[in-house]
Design a binder for this molecule. Sequence first.
Ligand SMILES: [Zn+2]
Ligand SMILES: [Zn+2]
Length: 439
Amino acid sequence: MIVYITGKSGSGKSTIAKALAQKLDYDYVDVDSIVHNMYKNLDVLRRVEQIFGDCIYDENGKFDRKKLGQVYFSKQNQSAKKLFDEYTLDIIGQELHKKFKDNVIIDWAMLPITDFWARGALRVLIKPISDDERFGKLLARDNISKDYLMQREQAGLDYNEDEYDYVFYNDYTDIMQVEFIQKVCDDIQNGVFLTILGTQSPYAKPSNACPSYLLNDRGKCLLLDCGSGSHRFFDFNLLNNLGIVISHLHRDHYNDIYNYMYTSYVFKNQKKLINPVNLYLPREPRAILEDIAREKLSFSNIHNIEENNFYKYGNFQFEFLLIDHSPDVLTYATKITINNKSLVYTGDCSYSSRDRLVNFSKGADILICESSFLREHGFPTICNHLTAYQAGTIARDSGVKKLILTHFWPEEDVMKYYNEAKKVFCNLFVAIENDKYLL
Ligand SMILES: [Zn+2]
Ligand SMILES: [Zn+2]
């Protein structure tokens, strides 16, 4: 799990981030130290000098970060500031990518304006109860004037509380911090995780696969779709306790089901598998369902999906909504409820299903919504798929807490989908293979 901790300078985020990393045994990455090291590179300094001039050096010709801060935060430098942000965010981004491992806490005030913000992570905002106390700490810590501090504050980020899993109001007392850290740890250690296994259509690439999403309740798992190539990202140790739900029988959503079935047959023979894999499949197209059912080399049970039925697998409860997508192919949205949390996955969807989908998704914690298109692609408002903007309006109108966009065209930049949906919905993510979310 990746945990982002952010907040204003002096909010106490580093103290909390380090304590949380220690308690969870996660790696801790302080992005400010990456920035500090960045300025040891002469090429970087030369480029920054090109942008702001030689006022970034002190009287002895030595780089002075405080002087850089002064020119950066002065109001006259908006275009230079933009150039500087683009240049440095790119360098920091490259460094940060190297640190993206399974379990890491990333501590950085600037996270919400980076592309990283669009990725699966637990987002934590630290907000001081009183700015006076924070200012006092900053003046002492950074050895700066009050004028400079105020200039820095005005240029700082605004943090939108709706974008966070946790907002901690820091009163700088140990007791509150310990309580908060314990709560986050408990949630991570006992929670249900969503892992993204596939995000693109119609074909898989070396680092991407067709749609597939795994929910893991401490070893008991439910897989939503298994499009082409997605089984590469699945941990087959989990096969013993697996249910697979297929939203509709289009190849990009079910192709890998044969890999799971054949592996279940091999594992059963090797006595590694005790429980059959449970498959939940639409009844139509009949020929495809029959082809799957004919697969002899498999250790699995097939259940038919019916609208208005309730299903149970482990602690997962789920139900289905028939939606418009493609003629002759029954397509279902799925709602999963577990531990008083809920997740809705749209499958593929036409905007003509909008009202039913909004109703079905009301108040869900996570909505995984297909967004095959961008408005610039120029498709009609009602077609077989949704645009990112339409996905955003469905999330907004159903009042879901979090929206994850998926089902991207492989040659398109995913940040375009993010920016389009962001116009209507703020707590937004783009699905990326192996990224994890806490439900
Ligand atoms: Zn599809
Ligand atoms: Zn489809």
